[in-house]
Ligand binder design. Structure first.
Ligand SMILES: Cc1cc2nc3c(=O)[nH]c(=O)nc-3n(C[C@H](O)[C@H](O)[C@H](O)COP(=O)(O)OP(=O)(O)OC[C@H]3O[C@@H](n4cnc5c(N)ncnc54)[C@H](O)[C@@H]3O)c2cc1C
Length: 281
């Protein structure tokens, strides 16, 4: 059996300007590098990274991070699965909000390289898949050398230090109303990009279940707001919609510190929400 040191020598790829990328083939090898190299950078598709640090480790070749496992009630994707493979293998069975979000990401070339994990793990921005995964109540599997954490997306605040995202489990529940929209430029990302996901189920003329998420540089997610809506009779009157929009506006302002240039995001979110409420019959 090879020692981790020998594996490290064999897998080391020298890059121009003496940058080193370790290409790991197992999770234990990644954890070895994380433990032994100070501040090592994790690389997936590298489509989001502006700068490759001096020492980094690639997660792309690890079989465990490339699994796709579909069960009756959920589908599980390894964090290194590409956006293109999620679309291809998820097929018709993926929830509409997720399928639409995946198709909206980048160009065909970007979809082939960009990964699910990279979309979720950025520190400074909530990328396109955030809102749908939050609304769908996805669950993240996050590991380090010693522990495996299972974190519901609504409790996820970032990858803890020296951990990596390994899998994402997505429930395959069916929803009567499924809306996904993006604001900002199409197929690319800038400061004014954000995604909106809205899911609702009705029962006996009332709203039985509802999930609302908006994410980018700003963020809206409120279980209290959703609970307030559950049980409301349909169709929603103009006055009920106005009251709900006023309430959502207050929550949005509490949840975000927005600059003048981001005010448009608040207006766009409230318009999307109003349109979604108007679609409930
Ligand atoms: C032309 C272009 C268009 C784009 N359009 C879109 C778009 O429409 N929507 C969108 O959301 N994005 C878009 N992007 C950004 C990017 O392609 C995606 O967000 C993509 O999903 C990032 O994945 P990646 O594998 O390339 O991540 P990387 O760039 O490799 O990594 C991103 C971050 O996540 C960390 N990371 C990656 N995997 C893990 C893991 N398993 N555990 C812990 N940390 C991890 C990395 O350390 C890094 O900090 C675009 C990019 C380009 C260049």
């Amino acid at each position: 059996m090879q020692s981790p040191k020998n594996m490290q020598e064999r897998e080391k790829v020298q890059m121009p300007k003496s940058k080193t990328v370790f290409i790991s083939k197992t999770l234990s090898d990644v954890f070895y590098h994380i433990k032994s190299v100070n501040e090592i950078q994790l690389l997936a598709g590298c489509t989001q990274l502006k700068k490759i640090q001096d020492k980094s480790v690639s997660l792309r070749m690890i079989p465990e991070l490339n699994i796709i496992d579909r069960k009756e009630r959920h589908i599980e994707f390894g964090s290194a699965v590409s956006i293109a493979n999620m679309i291809l293998t998820g097929g018709q069975k993926l929830p509409v909000v997720l399928a639409k979000a995946l198709k909206s990401i980048g160009t065909e070339q970007i979809k082939n390289i960009a990964t699910l994990g990279g979309n979720i793990c950025a520190k400074d921005f909530k990328y396109t898949l955030w809102a749908p995964l939050l609304a769908l109540n996805a669950r993240l599997e996050i590991k380090n050398q010693n522990e495996t954490l299972f974190i519901p997306f609504n409790k996820f605040t970032g990858i803890p230090e020296k951990h990596i995202l390994t899998k994402v489990r997505i429930p395959l529940d069916e929803w009567e109303v499924e809306i996904f929209k993006r604001v900002g430029p199409s197929n690319t990302i800038n400061e004014l990009s954000a995604s909106f996901a809205f899911l609702a189920d009705t029962q006996r003329g009332m709203i039985a279940k509802i999930r609302i998420a908006f994410a980018g540089k700003v963020f809206f997610y409120s279980p209290e707001f959703e609970n307030r809506i559950i049980g409301t009779r349909l169709p929603l009157s103009a006055k009920t919609i106005d009251d709900l929009i006023d309430n959502a506006k207050k929550i949005f302002v509490e949840q975000n510190t927005i600059t003048d240039s981001e005010l448009i995001l608040k207006a766009q979110f409230l318009n999307l929400l109003r349109n979604a409420f108007e679609q409930l019959m």
